[in-house]
Design a protein around this ligand. Structure first.
Ligand SMILES: C[S@@+](CC[C@H](N)C(=O)[O-])C[C@H]1O[C@@H](n2cnc3c(N)ncnc32)[C@H](O)[C@@H]1O
Length: 269
């Protein structure tokens, strides 16, 4: 295992991904109908921003730590208050954010391949009866977990992109997942090393036939060799998601010194 999210938790890309997660879960929790959250690459769930990993890269310092007490619209405030629940020196990962937003009608399945990380996220989620952790390959498990019995939910796919063929594997998995659960809301996160690579990944996912796809990108001036740009493909975004995200991202991006871009790749508002 090379990739460890502890080096990157709370960075410029994490905050956008988690803001989008909060926007989707706010929407799902509005109705009484049951919903499922499936997090295929869950990580450890809670990150110590004072750890040697976090201090080594300083990514959270240039990310979430700049956003504390930032004024802005409701979505931004909701996200920041969920982060603040972990205390000033910790940052919640996607499964913990989801667990905190589960309503009685929601449940969470968090899949994490690496046993050490999986053991940690199990501890973090131990208080939530409706949250389950699987120590498994998230790509393989998605096929089995979809469609969820509730036929309503969020699927978050957030791989480390460390294997040479991981873009292909992620895109293949995305197409297969969409085929099984075409009404689900999906968040696919990916790093952008070049326009061509980012567009190719988005194109591979679009080839699965999704009819409503919003792309969100964030870019930050980064040191040589460091990731400075990331994307999020949102399949079936709920009504109003694009305007809520744009409004919350504006103050965030200004504070981070980042640029963000939202564009519809298929369908529209
Ligand atoms: C980018 S991190 C996830 C961060 C998390 N989603 C969050 O937002 O807090 C990717 C995680 O995927 C795990 N991982 C790597 N390969 C995996 C696989 N095939 N299936 C499931 N998890 C995997 C890594 O150990 C790492 O914890």
């Amino acid at each position: 295992m090379n990739y460890r999210h502890a080096y990157h938790a709370g960075n410029f890309a994490d905050v956008v991904k988690h803001l989008a997660e909060v926007a989707v879960l706010t929407h799902l929790a509005k109705k009484d109908a049951p919903f499922a959250v499936i997090d295929s690459h869950a990580g450890r769930g809670l990150y110590d921003l004072g750890s040697k990993e976090a201090r080594k890269t300083g990514e959270a310092h240039a990310g979430i730590e700049k956003l504390k007490n930032l004024p802005g619209p409701l979505l931004l405030q909701r996200y920041l208050s969920l982060v603040a629940e972990s205390g000033a020196h910790h940052y919640p990962g996607s499964p913990l954010i989801a667990a905190r937003m589960l309503r009685p009608q929601g449940r969470l399945v968090a899949v994490e391949k690496h046993p050490e990380e999986a053991a940690l996220v199990k501890d973090v989620l131990a208080l939530w009866r409706k949250a389950r952790v699987e120590t498994a390959d998230g790509y393989a498990r998605l096929a089995a977990l979809l469609p969820p019995a509730e036929r309503r939910g969020l699927v978050l796919v957030d791989p480390p992109f460390e294997a040479p063929d991981e873009f292909e594997q992620a895109a293949r998995t995305a197409r297969e997942a969409y085929r099984k659960f075409a009404t689900g809301i999906y968040l696919f996160w990916y790093p952008i090393k070049s326009d061509a690579a980012g567009n190719a990944f988005a194109g591979e996912i679009l080839a699965g036939g999704a009819r409503k796809v919003l792309r969100i990108e964030i870019a930050l001036a980064a040191a040589e060799g460091k990731l400075g740009r990331a994307g999020l493909l949102v399949l079936n975004p709920p009504y109003g998601f694009d305007t809520d995200m744009a409004a919350a991202l504006a103050p965030m991006a200004a504070k981070l010194g980042a640029q963000t871009r939202l564009d519809w790749m298929a369908g529209g508002p």
